[in-house]
Write a protein that binds this ligand. Sequence first.
Ligand code: UN1
Length: 509
Amino acid sequence: MAQAKPSTKTETYKNYIGGRWVKPASGQMLENRNPADTRELIGQFPASTDEDVQAAVAAAHEAFPKWKATPAPKRAEMLYKLGQILIDRKEQYSIEMTREMGKVLKEARGDVQEAIDMTFYAAGEGRRLHGYTTPSELQNKMAMCVRQPVGLCAMITPWNFPMAIPSWKMMPALVCGNTLVIKPAEDTPLSTINLVKAAEAAGIPPGVINVVTGLGEAAGAPLTTHRDVRLVSFTGSTETGRIVSTNAAQHGKLCSLEMGGKNVIMIMDDADLDLAAEGTVWGAFGTTGQRCTASSRIVVHKAVYKQFVEKLTEKTKALRVGNGLKKTVEVGPVINQAAVDKILGYIEIGKSHDGATLHLGGNRLTKGEHKHGFFIEPTIFTDVAPNMRIAQEEIFGPVLSIIPCNDLDEAIEIGNGVKYGLSSSIYTQDVNQAFTAMERMYTGIFYVNSATIGAEVHLPFGGTKATGNGHREGAMASSLDIFSEWKAIYVDYSGRLQKAQIDVFDNRQ
Ligand code: UN1
């Protein structure tokens, strides 16, 4: 198939504030280019600043009382409509996502599908949002709990799942009755704008959802300190997350963080090695390794090490790297030049600082169809020691470290021996080993006989240790804990003053 032709048309996009598409106050724009072919301009997007953030927060603040007062089932009806619109526009939005982010079209479709799933799933909550009743310790008194929205939510989202991750935050926030301002990553504003266009078409009222695009410091930071923002929900690097949570703490805000990972697959000596190799290729090189759940460490039992590496090498060599719009391509580009520099920097660290064996790949691809994009070969390091930098730090690219081990205990120790705790997995046919690992891996997600990626929206998504701050997205119970607050209600119908903890109940009466 011919290489995708660079587009000649330049679209100019706007912020969405108070139900209107508006230019940024500064008039400054940022270019968004296709990482598979940087000659192709996706569009110009607002380089928003504090002034735009102020306007967006004001709009969300104003819209809040009415949205909160809208019955939850009615809010949910709009989400059902939004889900249907996303289904109708899925192909267009997926193609646009591949062009702006680089992930192969099949995966872009998965990303949009995840947003669809999340939207319908959250919509279902409109007729639940359950609280509970509970007995009072006093007679003629009723006690219950209801959920209330937290208020105005600020959302700062990453480029690697540019529609799915915004949907994890937006949909539960909306069904709970919150209004929001979202600042998508500067590399992928279009996919979030597309999601918001669908929300606009679904009839979500002006001001309920607002978008400001631009850079983190100029457009994201002001959201983390604004007086009227009640909650900041962030997904991105651990470094930025720390800044976000410091700001949030200093300004008395609720804060939900989803950050890095250094996820491990443990392959035992009884594993189905073909399945494990196939899973490893998907976990490590799917989305070009740019998932926080990517399988970046493989701990392999020494008894099957050689055999596994052979199988993995063969499968990895067969991967086609290129423009994700081409049907045959399995691995797209990385997101931008800074990512290329970081990933190549880590490959160098692996070789010269860590002294690991560069077994496969290790280079940027610069010729032919790769000439104008950010392409890096799927890269495998072998004989990696658990404490090497390439085995400890998040690379966020197609670089895999293979670490030998002697048994399950050692695999678990290595697996848990990093600062992150997002996802982990084991390949084994032995139910005892599987359950042992399940219990002892201190991660937020665990898989048996599959890689570390592939979370479904109705289960909790998030991690332990440096990955997060205890919150989970996805799964409704945990999402509601982020986007709603409890209100405890006591109704005394005794007609007299009753004092909890003080009045003594007399059962002879
Ligand atoms: C991420 O890893 O950055 O679990 C998000 C998965 C996807 C979401 C990944 N559903 O692989």
